[in-house]
Design a protein around this ligand. Structure first.
Ligand code: ZN
Length: 290
């Protein structure tokens, strides 16, 4: 089963590798060869990073939330307008807090894409999320904006840049579409040769529902009335689950920077994220009770 999933990831990479630069493509193929060798030798995981995942072999809880603290290691992300805070540290802290409160719900397990200060590229992050077989993926950022007035939390889902072209493959994709269920195990056949950049299309509707639930909850916290945003974000493209990216606030905004440093506000923020996730899970259960 694990081997089949790894080969599926490799196949997806092969199908997607036409969009890479030559250097990236060589790295990609080298990665595939390494992964397959690991599979053949050990029947084990696709990469060292994935091997670090605490992935339940037999799910103990109905939901598995994959949490991706953005940046990390040599990529510090944004820095505070006034504080010395680095985005990579702040979002790791928030992710660990969020994981803790989610797991107190009793029916949720958490998989962290990173739980320490390590450098991870975007492909690896999505690979790890997919390997975790999560119910959903939430990526946390506390970004920078050229507009120093940008503040509050914004929730992003993947944009479909090729919306005009999708008619030709919409029907086959619809056949593969399966309803969001309470189960954290894959809702799709193990071997799905869908190009990496199209994987998200199976989950656009639940991703929008998840983004809306989170944005509503965060609007209440910040007193904003933002709608969800759609962007062609690479991290979300290959996610084989509902996936969103959350800017929990803007470190480049003086007031956001100040409040994001406070333990009390961090707790409120984590609770707002938790409530958004729980609202989404409750709604998806109502729509797909099985
Ligand atoms: Zn960021």
């Amino acid at each position: 089963m694990v081997t089949a999933r790894i080969i599926a990831v490799a196949a997806n990479r092969l199908l997607a590798h036409g969009t890479h630069s030559r250097k990236a493509c060589i790295q990609c193929l080298a990665g595939i060869c390494r992964n397959l060798l690991v599979v053949l030798a050990l029947g084990g995981p696709i990469s060292d990073a994935i091997a670090q995942i605490d992935r339940p072999q037999t799910p103990a809880t109905p939901y598995l939330i994959a949490i991706d603290p953005g940046h990390g290691g040599s990529d510090a992300g944004a820095s505070g307008a006034r504080s010395a805070a680095l985005e990579k540290n702040l979002v790791l802290d928030l992710a660990l807090q969020l994981g803790k409160v989610l797991q107190t719900e009793g029916n949720i397990t958490v998989a962290f894409i990173r739980n320490s200060d390590v450098t991870l590229d975007l492909v690896r992050r999505t690979e790890i999320a997919n390997y975790s077989q999560g119910t959903l993926l939430i990526s946390l950022h506390a970004g920078a904006s050229n507009n120093l007035n940008s503040h509050g939390a914004r929730v992003f889902m993947i944009a479909d840049k090729r919306q005009q072209d999708t008619a030709s493959f919409a029907a086959p994709l619809n056949q593969l579409r399966t309803p969001l269920s309470a189960s954290p195990v894959p809702r799709l056949p193990t071997l799905r040769l869908i190009p990496w950049e199209r994987a998200h299309e199976l989950y656009d509707a639940p991703s929008a529902a998840l983004a809306s639930a989170l944005q509503s909850s965060l609007n209440m916290l910040y007193g904003t009335q933002y709608d969800i945003c759609s962007e062609p974000l690479f991290l979300l493209k290959g996610a084989q689950m509902p996936a969103v990216l959350v800017e929990v606030g803007y470190l480049t905004h003086i007031e956001d920077d100040e409040r994001l440093q406070k333990a009390e506000f961090q707790q409120e923020l984590v609770n707002a994220l938790k409530n958004g996730i729980l609202d989404y899970l409750a709604n998806s259960r109502r729509i797909n009770p099985k």
